[in-house]
Design a protein around this ligand. Structure first.
Ligand code: 13P
Length: 253
């Protein structure tokens, strides 16, 4: 079990229009109102942020975005600045999700710029790392993770390094129903923490939260959360329904 405060985060991806989004968080507010020992977060599509932000005001559920651009403003048609996200009520932003790396050309360099821009605007970044199936089969998982951490996550100051959240999402486990075993996940989480120790020292590596993502469901959350280096979950499909996300947040230890 982790010594850090667990963070259960929903990544809604490209699902839910405004009305559906508000309905979902109203249900979550009802079910999760008393939860104080865990941090709860929903990362909605950009278009729902403002409405969901209003619905969540004064609640124990936090709001996050799924991406951002690194410039504070300017002629960047179609992009969203970190400050604009803060304006809607966001306190977190997911950076470098594997779907963004795979379909939208993001890489460790852009991830690094976005992470720093998020911090500058007062957002806490959740930086995603993880190997593909091919990379796992070629036995280069640790090499890939090392590159993603050392290049994508370098250059933070001590306070930022303590605050950062990392999500380990093996690409082969995303949306496939094929969860990494708790042992497989723990092995990589422990490795990420070791790399982090080298980058930022003891205090930061003790504080940084490392979430697991990839087919997290109500029936596998407890097992995953028993591992000492798994500090929470980044949940896709199962965060889109009140019932299943409630069960995930209320996992038993
Ligand atoms: P699933 O939980 O649907 O596998 O998605 C995981 C994910 O990509 C979260 O960011």
């Amino acid at each position: 079990m982790s010594i850090r405060k667990p963070l259960l985060a929903g990544n809604w991806k490209m699902y839910k229009n405004t009305g559906e989004a508000v309905e979902l968080v109203e249900g979550l507010k009802k079910n999760l109102g008393g939860v104080t020992d865990r941090e709860i977060l929903v990362c909605t599509p950009f278009t729902a942020l403002y409405a969901v932000g209003r619905a969540l005001k004064g609640s124990n559920i936090k709001l996050g975005a799924q991406n951002l651009f690194w410039e504070p403003k300017g002629a960047y048609t179609g992009e969203i600045a970190p400050g604009m996200l803060v304006d809607t009520g966001c306190s977190y932003a997911i950076i470098g999700h594997s779907e963004r790396r795979q379909y939208f050309g993001e890489n460790d360099g852009s991830v690094n710029k976005k992470m720093k821009a998020a911090f500058s605007a007062g957002l806490t970044p959740i930086v995603c790392v993880g190997e593909t199936l091919q990379e796992r089969e070629q036995n280069v998982t640790f090499k890939v993770i090392e590159r993603q951490v050392n290049t994508g996550i370098e250059g933070l100051d001590e306070e930022q390094a303590k605050k950062l959240v990392i999500a380990y999402e093996p690409v082969w486990a995303i949306g496939t129903g094929k969860t990494a075993t708790p042992q497989q996940a723990e092995e990589v989480h422990a490795y990420i923490r070791k790399l982090y120790l080298k980058l930022y020292g003891n205090a930061a590596s003790d504080a940084v939260r490392i979430l697991y993502g990839g087919s997290v469901k109500p029936d596998n959350t407890s097992e995953l959360m028993k591992e000492p280096n798994i500090d929470g979950g980044l949940v896709g499909g199962a965060s889109l329904e009140v019932d299943s996300f409630t069960k995930i947040v209320k996992y038993k230890v």
